[in-house]
Design a protein around this ligand. Sequence first.
Ligand SMILES: *Cc1c(COP(=O)(O)O)cnc(C)c1O
Length: 275
Amino acid sequence: MTAARDAELSLALTALRLRVARAAEAAGRDAGDIELLPVTKFFPASDVVALHRLGCSAFGESRDQEAAAKVEEVGGLVGNDPIRWHMVGRIQRNKARSVAQWAYAAHSVDSPKVIAALDRAAEEALDDGRRPAPLRVYLQVSLDGDEARGGVDVAATDRIDDLCGAVDSARGLEFVGLMAIPPLNADAGEAFARLERERDRVQRRFQQRLGLSAGMSGDLEEAVRHGSTCVRVGTALLGSRPLTSPEVVTPVTPSSQTPDSPELPESSPPEGSSQ
Ligand SMILES: *Cc1c(COP(=O)(O)O)cnc(C)c1O
């Protein structure tokens, strides 16, 4: 950790807070209703510690293996209690147990199998005191229907209702909202408007105020304009990520996957993100 990096992060955080405040003001919203979630994937624990000193108390990670190690390292440096970790990347079913161990929230849940696995793992963790509260879950929706990139097709309202219902009734989980990443080359404003309409629809159905995890470095203003309550920001705060990491070249052995698991290996870049 260097003084130069600390200063860089401090400046970037100030600029980012200003962006969120201006976006909120332009939308006639209270900036306090919008959480700024730094996404620290690929960046070292020392950056998390520096941002923590600057007042950040929640962080997003997109890969279980990297996150679990970082959570432990950061915990050793600042004490575990004050930090809430969010899983923002795709979750493989065989990683549910680990995710339920370190994550306060999961933003990218989009299948019945993952819901069941997370519920089971979170319930066990609740029962033996490893979790203080249920895992907060955002259901991810796909705004262009390309479910291979993650999320449930926004047009498949029956399936969305079923999955939201499954999360809502799971004892180990708490249903907190919807999440989406705009399709590649899409107009972010139109994409987030569609997401906001779907959030409103689901909200009416579940009679519960729901959050919206939407907006990243390049499009957070549009997301805030359309009701985002959590912007997930990496690049604008921490700088460019490397194009590859050591994990990307690590082959996934057949034994590390369950036979009926069609999910991509964890080393795949998060869909839709600007890797
Ligand atoms: C990496 C990532 C982000 C952050 O993206 P930036 O464009 O760097 O701000 C946000 N959401 C998810 C799901 C990510 O994987």
